[in-house]
Design a protein around this ligand. Structure first.
Ligand SMILES: C[S@@+](CC[C@H](N)C(=O)[O-])C[C@H]1O[C@@H](n2cnc3c(N)ncnc32)[C@H](O)[C@@H]1O
Length: 358
């Protein structure tokens, strides 16, 4: 069953409507993580918006624990999540024999069962059930018998800003997740405050947040390796309204929504971001108008950046998909000399980043 309609910027809408329940597909996690594998060796990974029962981030790191050479994997869930432990159950094998561990409170008349927030700490993994492979069933077994791994309820709700979550964050080397879109600025500011490495999913428009742009300008944040255009599919809760969005319901009745403008945000380095953008246009003054309020030329498409122009150039935010910090310097964002939005012939183009060739 397939239902499609116009989808523009669902992540942005999610943020506005505080709908934070978009679940990342395993394939998208794998495609991104393959660029950083060696950086995970011996590291503590924290997935702090991730109910292990629902999260493919947990699934990815638990299943690849040995291959990546992780030291520890920590995952915490968020209690007020309308679907925690109850709906998606991406990892049903984790639940078998543990039903008593999921503290369900009485079902509210209209609502769904409430659950406690949990923390999972995985320090070692083994092929416990002897089927020759390490998988999530082994994790379930391991949690049962092994004192070296923990599955405990959190005292509070699992808010990433809570004291107990921050204590776990302090132990972590790298944070990897898809955080709530409505709290993206706060989320990223916290990671920077605690000096963490991170790899998180967000919307390309987050670049325009002043907290994020400053980090990008200072080369402390950049876009990840695998997504630079198009849209990506996320699983959504059963009661998610599928109107006005590109969406799909699979044969098991699971709902998916296609989201435009998705990007990974990270401070983990990868090779491709040091490759030069190949430019082929030359500077012709009449093709590149100057801003009324800034001494720089406007470029509407990254590919049209003139190869021979050494002054300031205003480019769209998607330039960052091609940005090599050794090739260009980021000068400023959005505003002209008068501190008002950049203007050409009286009109403002959508957000521009001012860059200069190095
Ligand atoms: C966009 S979803 C992504 C879930 C999961 N990381 C994934 O990609 O499959 C964001 C998750 O953050 C949780 N969340 C919302 N507010 C939170 C908060 N203040 N602290 C921690 N988690 C929160 C939501 O319940 C939701 O499960």
């Amino acid at each position: 069953m397939e239902k499609k309609s116009s989808s523009n910027n669902n992540l942005h809408k999610a943020s506005k409507e505080k709908k934070d329940e978009f679940y990342t597909q395993l394939v998208d996690i794998e495609k991104e993580l393959k660029h950083y594998k060696s950086q995970f060796r011996g590291k503590v990974v924290y997935c702090n918006c991730d109910d292990p029962f629902e999260s493919n981030f947990f699934k990815y790191f638990a299943s690849n624990f040995k291959e990546l050479g992780l030291k520890r994997l920590i995952a915490t869930s968020y209690k007020p999540s309308p679907i925690a432990n109850t709906e998606l159950v991406l990892q049903p094998s984790l639940l078998l024999g543990y039903e008593d561990k999921i503290v369900r409170q009485p079902v509210e008349p209209k609502g769904r069962p409430k659950v406690t927030a949990n923390k999972f700490i995985i320090n070692e993994v083994d092929d416990i059930d002897g089927d020759g492979a390490f998988d999530l069933r082994d994790i379930a077994e391991q949690l049962k018998v092994n004192k070296n791994n923990e599955w405990l309820p959190l005292k509070g709700e699992g808010d990433f800003r809570s004291k107990e979550s921050i204590e776990l964050l302090k132990q972590a080397d790298i944070v990897v997740t898809n955080p709530p879109f409505s709290l993206f600025r706060e989320y990223i500011s916290q990671l920077v405050e605690y000096n963490k490495k991170f790899l998180i999913i967000g919307n390309v428009n987050s670049i325009t947040y002043k907290e994020c742009f400053k980090l990008i300008k200072d080369n402390k944040l950049w876009l990840g390796a695998s997504i630079h255009s198009g849209d990506r599919e996320f699983q959504v809760p059963d009661d998610y309204p599928l109107n006005a969005a590109s969406s799909r319901i699979d044969s098991d009745g699971k709902k998916y929504i296609r989201v435009k403008g998705v990007r990974w945000f990270t401070n983990l380095d990868y090779e491709e971001r040091h490759e030069n953008l190949v430019l082929y246009k030359t500077y012709i003054p009449k093709e590149y108008p100057k801003y009324d309020n800034y001494d720089g030329i406007n470029v509407d498409k990254t590919a049209d950046i003139p190869v021979d122009y050494n002054g300031a150039i205003g480019v769209p935010i998607t330039f960052l998909d091609k940005y090599n910090p050794e090739q260009f310097e980021i000068v400023k964002f959005r505003k002209g000399d008068n501190d008002k939005d950049l203007v050409i012939n009286g009109k403002s183009p959508y957000f521009r980043i001012i860059i200069k060739k190095r």
